[in-house]
Design a protein around this ligand. Sequence first.
Ligand code: CP3
Length: 342
Amino acid sequence: MNSRQLFLHTTQRKPTSRPPVWIMRQAGRYLPEYRKLREQQGSFKALYRNPELAAEVLMQPLRRFPLDAAILFSDILVIPEALGVQVEFKTGGPVLEKRIESLADVQALDVSNVRKILSFTNQSLQASREQMGDQKALIGFSGAPYTLASYMVEGGTASRTSRLRRMLYEKPDVLKALLEKLTDSVIDYLLMQSENDIDALQLFDTWAGDLNVHTYIEFVFPYVEKIFTQLQKKNIALIYYVNGSAALLKNVAELSVDVIGIDWRMSMDKAIEFTGAKKVLQGNLDPLALFGSSASIREKVHDIHLSLQGHPYVMNLGHGILPETPIDSVEVFTKEVLALAK
Ligand code: CP3
């Protein structure tokens, strides 16, 4: 069975000899060949906006490690850009040119050209498939509405998302108007991606873990569910990742999604108790564990595997890989997953 079949069998809950493995943010700064290419091209944007370069960057980790899947090389913040808000990637993280504060700000966002403005994504997916061949899984993605709203209301990364959560209580109608526009844009963008030769789509909800069950049910669930129900007919595996999902997992498991990404805080056996037999899991090695010894990494791979007790899952980290990560550790991690084969 090749990597692509292994990935698809797993997402369809069919038996496999081992879990497939890929790594969130597997293409990027921990690789010297990435840093070199970015320097030559001048910026991260220059890489993801050029389909040939995006495909080259996507290939870099596949050449080094025995990964079963690759993810489109782009960013979740292409959506705010497509709606007319400029984004700059600085050393401290992304900075958005203006913050959304009022209904007038939301009304000024133009959602009519998302497909057109982001059509380079189709070319990136096509170039990526051409480069990687048909034996591995290709994953498209988008940011989820609440997480995109977080960047648009905060103007960048904000560790406790307090501006956004204040808006949620103070001006819920403004936030809902923004979430509706983002939901329609994400649907357009993901339907467009699904017209390419891809195997899965992942929705990143990096900041939804800041919410409690009540605010999650009101400001996240219906929007994400609308996205997944629109994509269900497409015969593509749907993956949903929330960072810090422990308090929300029971609700997350009610979404029309195939695979639930689990962050590193929660043990997989506990996660299954909330998500049940029907949801495939993905995760969840602590990205910082890759700074430990080879022996400890191998042991943790086995711990995750054992805690799943035969339940289908996609091996991954519990959040994106960090730029300082030792490359050798990534090799140890991915090779150890191959060694799980029965
Ligand atoms: O292999 C891959 O996964 C690459 C594709 C990818 C990127 N960003 C490239 C990137 C994906 C799937 C993302 C998702 C993304 N982007 C998320 C969700 C995942 C998560 O980490 O929670 C978020 C929140 C973003 C927004 C974003 N983009 C931030 C906060 C940052 C700055 C932090 C950082 O790591 O630099 C970025 C920049 C970014 N996105 C880089 C890359 C390769 C670094 C750009 C560079 O300096 O070269």
